[in-house]
Design a protein around this ligand. Sequence first.
Ligand code: SF4
Ligand code: MG
Length: 327
Amino acid sequence: SDQLLEVSNLKKYYPIQAGLIRRTIGHVKAIDNVSFQIGYGETLGIVGESGCGKSTLGRMIMRVLEPTEGTILFDQQDITKMHGKTLRRTRRNFQMVFQDPYASLNPKMMVADIIAEPLLINDIMNRKEASEKVNQLIDLVGLRQKDLRKYPHEFSGGQRQRIGIARALSLSPKLIVADEAVSALDVSIQAQILNLMTELKKEFNLSYMFISHNLSVVKHISNRVGVMYLGHLVEIGDKDSLYQEPLHPYTKALLSSSPHAKRGVKREKIILQGEVPSPANPPQGCPFHTRCPQVMEVCKSVRPQLQEIVPGHSAACHLYETAGVSL
Ligand code: SF4
Ligand code: MG
């Protein structure tokens, strides 16, 4: 297989309980039947508005959140039900980079110790080896040796994110899940961090799952992009195909309101009506049908399946079903 990560039919349902005996009266469907792959050395961007489930998805991939159903294959190994020591050992291969590096860096630790900690906790190296590795890592992320003796509060947001990346890289992971990793940074700093991540990816053949609400950020770094709406993956495809020829009406609307929409391509702004429905009470049929400008009768009762429409580009929408396939 040329896939590092293969996710099939992943679900995360939270029971809604009521009454003294906490009877389950329904489920919040935070992630509903999501499948995708990430190849070796590939960056998959995941976009969607807040609350669409993208962070939940990332945390399940990281195995910090149990899936309700479905399977996660990492490097051909089923990690869905992995626990204890085996999980800890495997988890070295996937690391996370967070939105707010300040919250994820211990303020009382020197940078050298912050970066070395995963190596020492996992008993991978002794102190001397770890300190050599830390020296390499600080160079790799574009900071200076003398920064190693400083504390997180002495750095700017962008520098702190470099420290977070160095720490994530310390265990030589194969996959990095970055959740809104540059969203808290100024635009010019965002570009620097994205460029750094792209260089590191090439150097170490890393794969990224890059989660963001920001379409232009995702476009900058991704090879392929998936679009989520209400816990569903509604479209996924090669970046150029997705940004230039979006298929799903929701993706079209998102792109039409993105300030960085492609220059020269005149795209009419699509204003979506209504609110995103509650995942506790999702619509029947297509999850987007309550807001879709192209809704048809079939959309209200039949859930469209993700299917390849053009090579390397799939969407879950009845508009693309050939006659006879749909109702
Ligand atoms: Fe719109 Fe129907 Fe396609 Fe859903 S399936 S996006 S409601 S056209
Ligand atoms: Mg989030």
